[in-house]
Design a protein. Sequence first.
Length: 511
Amino acid sequence: MDRNLWIAIALSIAVYAVWFGFVEKRVRPPAPQPLAAAAPASTGSPPTGASAAGSAAPASGLPARDPAEALAQSEMVSLGEAEARVHPRGAALISFRYPEPLGRVELVSAPDPGLFATWPELEFTRNRAVKNGLIYAATRGDGLNILKEYKPGEGTVLPRLSVTVLNATRRDLAVGPWTLTVGPGLGTIDSEKKENPKVWRAVALTPESPGLKGRIEVLKPGRHEGPFRWVGVDNRYFLAALMPSAEHFEPAATTDPPALTLTAKPVTLKPGGSFSWEVPYYLGPKGHTWLTRYGVGLERSIDFGFFAQLGRGMLAALELLHRATGNWGWSIVVLTLALQVLLFPLTYKSLKAAAAMKMLQPEIAKLQKRHADDPQKLNAETMALYKTKGANPLGGCLPMLLQMPIFIALFNALRNSWELHGAVWMFWIRDLSAKDPYYVLPLVMGGLMFLQSKLSPPAGDRTQQQMMMFMPIVFTFMFLNFPSGLVLYWLTNSLVSTVLQLTLKDRLEAA
């Protein structure tokens, strides 16, 4: 790897560091995030016009729950692979502990009122007569019966949240608006908790149309009309999403940390009538293959950056290699070697151009000494020398710049990949999504970069010489806290580049 690539990589990483460290914090919506609209399946009487009254949005005047008391009142249940706790008030989830390689992670960041609370002013009781389901019931003061069911998912079918209202009186009853909220915030793994408030967001996926692919929208504070394929709250590794439509739900305000509130449009029930809403939901990790199987675009929540398609390709290649190697660390090593083979023509062209420039260094040094006081003359004669010798000062840079999209795409794929979480490589590297606990990989990487700087042709400009001298130090410090999977990629890349330079050195200088 020559100095031109180092400079290009350094500038790219600097831009990324500034963006993720400073700019992104300022451009991300700071407060409430908006809503969306969800769609139901009706049974019984259809909705009539907007007759108001009825149960309103969760009352803000409800007394706060004592955490210990709430835990004692709640019931432990199983929802898919997760251990959840359902509290009687609103039949809300006050805990949702998802299994992951290093233990269980709590996804409910605000247990009061909790996730999916409905009519939080009412106490729900579980219908234990139903053996294969989680059904909770409550009765409103005016005689409205409410049934709330957590329906399990299976295979490619998402779990669903069903709410049914029944009019047990002899008069018409108005129902709604009632609300269903995701958030505020979303829990994550221990190593991400410090950064979590900087990366969590309220998001939505717009529908697809002929010739137009749906897009991810980071929702700003306010009301959002939709329609959306899904709406939710996410962070780097997890997603809580609802699959709504605008037919039976309307947007409502949100809060900060990010939360999405769906407000059911009012319905009027005749005596003995009923009405049901059913909303598919997802609550779990952002594994690309895992999310893709549901076919509703949940995988679009994974941020692969500007080169998204290339990033998805990199992750797909890693998954393919993982099936062969059984180890994510070795998959990264093999992918890096494969990329080096694929890009060898560009690498060789760059090294050849760098060797040609190295041969001109003595003559350039003479010109610099001769025209030390005349920069314009120095520049003119230097360019004339390049032309005479058929050398191109950008010849080593441009081929390497073509590799930048691959580096950036792989950077994002490794940085945001749930698949690497808890993935063991070997020895002390027990989690490829976390930093090297002993900093061995970044230090070895820095040593290899220093060796490369000695093998690269010296820069003619003193500023560039100083930059090349400090580059290994800067990179080492930058990579100290990077995921060890990303450092492993860069270390392998540096090792292969160093071997290539040593192997081709004599041949290139003789050319």
